[in-house]
Design a protein around this ligand. Structure first.
Ligand code: HEC
Ligand code: HEC
Length: 266
């Protein structure tokens, strides 16, 4: 029994070390660590640049327009580009100002979880970049978007009128990692990663994630945003001992589902 458990653990370790999980863990972990704890004030150094200091003024976003634009733009430059362009192009039209100086091409690096590494989902990455530019309490909205993404059954059915594939299988990733999100879906849908079906699914997911970011930004605009995401019960117990400065050991960086990579040990 014990030997089996050890083997299982070693196999999982090997898989994780060789796969994309580790890279994603480090990236997401460091993002959470920096942004969630950082004070949402303006860096004085930024005020010396030609760009106005953050947050930039924005206008209420048309959520369904952003959703459709996210889907369409995905096919031009991938998931991060698609999400960022959907939000920024819309704000260029409605709010103007500094939004007009942002080149969409700056967001091409995030596709496939950053150049195909399968780490942070690019649709999240692109949406978070815009939230950071426009919203003072960006860490609260960003955390909410991350949590929402991990629990949402992608893709939504709100693209049926223009998408190439209708009625696609939906899956919940329990993770913000591209690797987990895409692979879980592809396995369930019996689709190849480079298939048109998968691209359509990721195009829809890009639109859905940018649309959720737009909803959250709209709520923030009217002071109606309240965080709702809670760490799911399945791994909430792990946090009390391992995660956070008030936890027993403060030994782990991260808010991702522990049980997708580790077994319970107590
Ligand atoms: C009551 C406190 C406590 C809780 C709750 C707890 N841990 Fe731990 N965990 C420890 C201690 C103590 C160690 C050993 C010392 C160390 O490595 O930090 C440990 C070690 C680990 C290790 C290192 C490898 C191993 O098995 O020894 C992993 C992985 C781990 N915990 C994951 C989890 C996960 C996942 C959960 C939730 C399902 C969890 N822990 C909940 C206290 C806890
Ligand atoms: C994406 C996969 C992944 C997720 C999610 C994840 N871990 Fe890990 N964790 C790893 C990897 C890989 C390592 C480093 C290799 C190892 O020790 O297994 C590690 C290391 C650890 C260690 C140190 C292990 C040791 O041997 O000392 C602890 C403790 C731990 N994780 C706890 C957690 C807790 C608690 C969570 C949830 C908040 C969590 N992990 C979420 C993959 C993950």
């Amino acid at each position: 029994m014990k030997e089996n458990e050890t083997n299982k653990f070693v196999t999982r370790r090997k898989f994780l070390t060789a796969g994309a999980g580790t890279a994603g863990l480090i990236l997401v972990g460091s993002l959470a660590g920096c942004s969630a704890n950082a004070p949402a004030t303006t860096d004085p150094a930024n005020t010396q640049s030609d760009a106005p200091s953050l947050p930039w003024t924005y206008k209420k976003l048309d959520v369904e327009l952003v959703r459709k634009r996210g889907y369409e733009s995905y096919f031009e430059g991938g998931c991060m580009y698609g999400a960022a362009k959907a939000l920024i192009a819309t704000l260029q039209e409605t709010a103007g100002g500094p939004w007009k100086n942002l080149p969409f091409d700056a967001y091409r690096y995030g596709l496939g979880g950053v150049y195909g590494w399968g780490s942070l989902c690019g649709a999240l990455n692109g949406s978070l970049a815009v939230i950071n530019l426009g919203v003072k309490n960006h860490a609260d909205l960003g955390n909410e978007l991350m949590g929402w993404y991990t629990l949402f059954p992608f893709p939504s059915d709100k693209h049926e009128s223009y998408s190439k594939f209708k009625n696609q299988v939906t899956t919940v990733a329990m993770s913000p990692l591209c690797h987990v999100s895409v692979t879980t879906w592809a396995k369930e849908a019996k689709a190849k990663i480079n298939s048109d079906e998968k691209k359509d699914r990721c195009g829809k997911l890009t639109g859905d994630t940018a649309a959720r970011a737009a909803e959250l930004m709209n709520l923030a605009l009217t002071g109606k945003f309240t965080p709702t995401f809670k760490i799911p019960e399945e791994y909430e117990s792990c946090m009390g001992c391992h995660v956070g400065k008030d936890s027993k050991f403060d030994s782990v960086q991260g808010k991702m589902d522990c049980l997708s990579c580790h077994d319970t040990h107590y």
